[in-house]
Design a protein around this ligand. Sequence first.
Ligand SMILES: [Fe+2]
Length: 281
Amino acid sequence: MLIAQITDLHIQPKGDLAYGLVDTNQLLATAVAHLNRLRPQPDVVIATGDLVDNGTIAEYEMLRQLLAPLKAPLYLAMGNHDDRAAFRDVFGTLPYLPKSGVLHYVIEDYPLRLVVLDTLVAGASYGELDRDRLAWLEAQLEAGRDRPTMIFMHHPPFVTGLPGMDRLRCRGSEALAAIVCRHPQIQRIACGHLHRSIQTLWAGTLGSIAPSVAHQVALKLDPDISSAFVMEPPAFHLHLWNPDAGLITHTAYIGEFDAYSYKTKAPISLFADDHTPAPVA
Ligand SMILES: [Fe+2]
């Protein structure tokens, strides 16, 4: 089973740029075209929050338009830039979404069980799993103790060493850690929010953060330096579930980069069906 995790799309109303600088709409269009060219195709694509930048209906309509060409089944999660009501106005009829309240759900259709959490706190940049949300999670995990499971949530519950972002992580993490420790079927907690590829062991499982398909957060570990964004290559995580080997995660960069055959040294296109030499421009 192959899961493409895209995150932090920050879609704008048509024609607008994020921070007046980043064409996030074009970057998502490029990401969708890239995903559609993958061989094999992902079984699912999950977007782990910050789907849009300001939580407006116009932005969610733009998002729907940009995601329409995607071939693989798509699942959407909330981030701190999202708004549940505006999201539901545009996407509320999707069959996997609950009709009211927080947007938690479980996808049961695949060899790996996918639990998607909603860590959004309206008006806040940090996230939270409060008592009700944690109780929901624990009930779901109890109901699927024998099934390998992956958790998706926008705000990481673990520390990353990026001081500005660590202040905005998911609250309720101690109680979450206790639940995770009681459920060894959890293969991974896959997050967004940090706009970087990061991994750490946490609560007996691996915590991972996927890079953004748009701009990245600069790697600044000095607590005295203010945070910044950087136009490193957009990327996503490709999680490969192999029942014999476990869950393997690749960072996949979006775009077409110079590539060469080891055998002939000729330029090739990695997207070509048989990796035959690309036409030389
Ligand atoms: Fe973000």
